[in-house]
Design a protein around this ligand. Structure first.
Ligand SMILES: Cc1cc2nc3c(=O)[nH]c(=O)nc-3n(C[C@H](O)[C@H](O)[C@H](O)COP(=O)(O)OP(=O)(O)OC[C@H]3O[C@@H](n4cnc5c(N)ncnc54)[C@H](O)[C@@H]3O)c2cc1C
Length: 357
């Protein structure tokens, strides 16, 4: 049923692209016949229907998003969020480097931050430290380079994390001893009404690859006390990073060395999403997977990398279902052999294709 539905929508919007020319954004604009989700009025970005998410995730696999919004700028994003129906699922996506969208696709609207939220600037420079304001869509490696050029240190670890700052905030991304929230001074979020909120790290419970906002009294999630910062009620639009002043040249050498280490140890030539599993306490997921003899195992076009056992690569024809099946196979095998449950680091969203359900 769903597949038919997608195809019939595609025939209305043959290119999956619904670009609104400026002149057409009039109050009396009528949506094209058959459009269930017309472009909201008074927004300036680009709305795409049936957008292939395989183009937007580093695994290069997966289904279509019903709608994808590419905002023109922050104010436009706020206007767009205000225009969304209250029941419409909205999902923010950075560079999709930690994400798998199932083959049946994603119901609701995906917002791509890297399209517009791309500013990075030194906000203040005092004796011992500097503050860098960075919008959520800026690539993390760019921030590492920007900081080093301005003689600010401590952001080098971001150089090897191929996502956006928004994704790094949502995941508390980190490596080589550094974690995103170690360097956060404050963040700005946007909610579904398009309102902005200034927040500090004290508003969040931050742990290894996990970030949850502590709900305020009378807030949206008073019973649980916590809600997932990435899951729905607020999204990151920018952050102020506080970085000590230091030796920019040394920082640039550290970045080079970290990248060389990655090239040597990770299968960067094939589509992947980095480490699939979090490291369990006291050990490494890769070590357990390798000890189970799983390196090189495949399902369809998805293969456990012979170079790094915690990476699954797409050899070209993998479906999201192949990748997910391989993830489950790893979890079952490691559980049987070591009694350890490997928790996923990558996020899986969307629906299975009709043929699998
Ligand atoms: C080769 C490779 C190496 C990697 N190495 C590392 C590593 O060393 N350390 C590490 O931690 N990770 C690593 N990763 C994983 C990934 O790069 C990070 O998790 C990254 O921070 C994700 O950013 P993204 O923009 O791609 O997020 P996406 O994959 O687009 O999204 C990830 C999650 O964040 C949410 N999100 C994205 N933007 C926002 C926002 N603005 N507001 C709220 N939620 C948002 C999404 O909804 C989703 O749930 C690696 C990945 C690859 C492919």
């Amino acid at each position: 049923m769903r597949t038919q539905n997608v195809h019939s929508q595609q025939s209305v919007h043959r290119h999956g692209l619904y670009r609104i020319p400026a002149a057409a954004r009039m109050a009396d604009e009528q949506p094209a016949a058959g459009l269930q989700n017309p472009m909201p009025q008074r927004v300036r970005g680009e709305l795409r229907l049936n957008e292939p998410m395989s183009r937007h995730v580093s695994w290069r696999a997966g289904g279509l998003a019903d709608r994808a919004y590419l905002p023109a700028d922050l104010n436009d994003l706020r206007a767009f969020l205000r225009s969304c129906e209250p029941h419409e699922p909205v999902y923010f996506v950075g560079l999709g480097s930690n994400l798998l969208v199932r083959d049946g696709g994603l119901r609701g609207t995906v917002v791509f931050t890297h399209w517009a939220l791309r500013d990075v600037a030194v906000e203040s420079h005092v004796e011992e430290s500097g503050k860098v304001r960075v919008q959520a869509g800026v690539a993390s490696p760019k921030v590492a380079r920007f900081a080093a050029v301005h003689d600010l240190v401590g952001a080098e670890f971001l150089a090897g994390i191929p996502g956006t700052i928004g994704g790094a905030l949502a995941m508390n991304a980190g490596c080589y001893g550094g974690e995103t929230w170690d360097i956060v001074d404050s963040v700005t979020t946007v909610d579904r009404r398009g309102e902005l909120h200034e927040r500090t790290p004290a508003h969040y419970r931050v742990a290894y690859r996990s970030v949850a906002r502590v709900a305020q009294t009378g807030g949206a999630h008073p019973s649980s006390g916590l809600c997932d910062a990435a899951a729905g009620d607020e999204w990151f639009v920018s952050a102020v990073l506080k970085l000590p002043r230091g030796d920019g040249a040394a920082s640039r050498s550290t970045v080079k060395a970290l990248l060389a280490q990655r090239i040597a140890s990770q299968p960067l030539g094939e589509p992947n999403a980095g480490s699939v599993f979090r490291n369990p306490p006291g050990t490494y997921a890769a070590k357990l997977i390798e000890a189970c003899g799983l390196k090189g195992r495949s399902v369809g076009g998805a293969v456990i990398s012979p170079k790094h056992a915690n990476f699954i690569v797409n050899t070209g024809s993998a479906r999201a279902a192949d990748i997910e099946a391989l993830i489950e196979l790893i979890q079952e095998t490691v559980k049987d052999k070591f009694e350890v449950h490997l928790e996923r680091e990558v996020r899986i969203v969307g629906e299975a294709a009709w043929s699998e359900s």
